[in-house]
Design a protein around this ligand. Structure first.
Ligand code: PMP
Length: 406
């Protein structure tokens, strides 16, 4: 079954507008995705008719919304195939999820001279929390290298692993290059040495099916706003065997069982990691977004986005002086590129005036830019609501940019 793109585009009200008098072409989906009307309506409905703080009230509104929040957790559990709903923790997003693991796992399991492995393709959010942990605990960060195509050299991982390795944290998809990493292989290698693995799913969850039990990852994290859901909500999946052993990260509010001035005992999973009033509106909105994706069909989304990637790659490659950075055979619908003798920022500004939204810069992945000896790229990231006609517009816009710079 193929997607009805016309209908899909109508589901996203923001797409139907003009920027500088030109129809909006939104190619910044790697930064954040737009929201279907049902997600916006759901949040509006809560604030208009259902709002009440959850977990704490005996009254009708509070009980109803608590139930809906917990139902949202089950929607996420089912979406990523987690074994138990207790393994689904709501956070504010990928960054908070990684910080939670880096702090809490680090407190309990990482000590002086221990080692943590990440990759050269990580977003700053999957670098800095581990660096801070290493500083705090006098541990060491090791890096899996990448080849010229933007593929991780997974065979090198064997050489990096030592008896001191405590955790491996890698992205499933590079936000800067679009490369898809064979994280299943990384997890297999790590588990042969009893090392847990965190997968940053911020750029993978929206492009294909994720099954955390099949992957056998120990932690999986993602953000709602990149998955057609609201901002300020994200997920930390963790195997219960780890989460039970890890101390709380933030404290206060719903994460306690009993507090006296002498001692506090903590609540059970998942509440132990959900201090304070959670973003229940965001969680319910995220569940709506997931239901929208499921009803559209994640396999269909994946297949159509691949079509867009192939089309755009061919088109862009035909432009003289344009170089795609990240040429792995396995990519999501995201293309990073540079234009000979034209600064990415200048190109981005001109394209913007034509109504086309792309991202320029280092994409919060400076080490990736350093690896390729560049300052930044222009990044066009496509969603299933984009079209080949829009890619043609980008193509012509880039020809104009080239012409302007002679
Ligand atoms: N990891 C990756 C791979 C990302 O692309 C991003 C967002 N660009 C993040 C982490 C951080 O996500 P957030 O800002 O939603 O916390």
């Amino acid at each position: 079954m193929s997607l009805n793109i016309h209908k899909i585009r109508n589901d996203f009200p923001i797409l139907n507008q003009e920027i500088y008098g030109k129809p909006l072409v939104y190619f910044d989906n790697g930064a954040t995705t737009q929201k279907p009307r049902i997600v916006i309506d759901e949040e509006l409905k809560i604030y208009l008719h259902e709002n009440s703080n959850i977990h704490r009230g005996v009254h009708y509104l509070s009980e109803q919304l608590t139930q809906r929040f917990e139902d949202a957790r089950k929607v996420v559990q089912n979406f990523i195939q987690a074994k138990s709903e207790h393994e689904i923790l709501f956070t504010s997003g990928t960054t908070q999820s990684i910080n939670t693991v880096a702090y809490s796992f680090g407190e309990r399991f990482v000590f002086e001279d221990d080692e943590i492995i990440i990759s050269s393709l990580e977003h700053h959010s999957n670098i800095v929390p581990w660096q801070l942990l290493c500083e705090r605990k006098k541990a060491k960060l090791k890096i899996i290298p990448v080849n010229d195509e933007g593929e991780l050299l997974i065979d090198e991982l064997q050489k990096l692993i030592s008896p001191k390795t405590k955790i491996i944290s890698v992205t499933q998809v590079s936000n800067a290059l679009g490369s898809v990493i064979d994280v299943k292989k990384i997890i297999e290698i790590a588990h042969n040495h009893n090392i847990p693995v965190l997968i940053d799913g911020a750029q993978s969850i929206q492009h294909g099916r994720v099954d955390v039990q099949d992957l056998d990852c120990d932690f999986f994290v993602f953000s709602g706003h990149k998955l057609y859901g609201p901002t300020g909500i994200g997920v930390l999946y963790g195997k219960e065997k780890w989460l039970n052993k890890m101390p709380p990260f933030l404290s206060g509010g719903e994460m306690i069982k009993k507090v006296t001035f002498d001692k506090t005992t903590f609540n059970e999973l998942p509440f132990k990691f959900e201090a304070g009033t959670p973003n229940y509106v965001g969680a319910i909105g995220l569940a709506k977004a997931i239901e929208y994706i499921q009803s559209t069909g994640i396999e269909e989304i994946s297949a159509y986005e691949k079509e867009l990637l192939t089309y755009a790659t061919e088109k862009l490659n035909s432009i003289k002086g344009l170089k795609i950075i990240g040429t792995s055979g396995k990519k999501v619908s995201l293309i990073s590129f540079i234009l000979e003798n034209i600064h990415h920022y200048d190109a981005g500004m001109i394209i913007d005036k034509m109504g086309i939204a792309v991202r320029t810069g280092h994409h919060c992945a400076e080490p990736v830019m350093q690896r390729f000896g560049i300052e930044g790229t222009i990044r066009a990231s496509f969603s299933f609501y984009n079209t080949k006609e829009e890619i043609d517009k980008l193509y012509y816009a880039l020809l104009t940019v080239k012409q302007m710079f002679g």
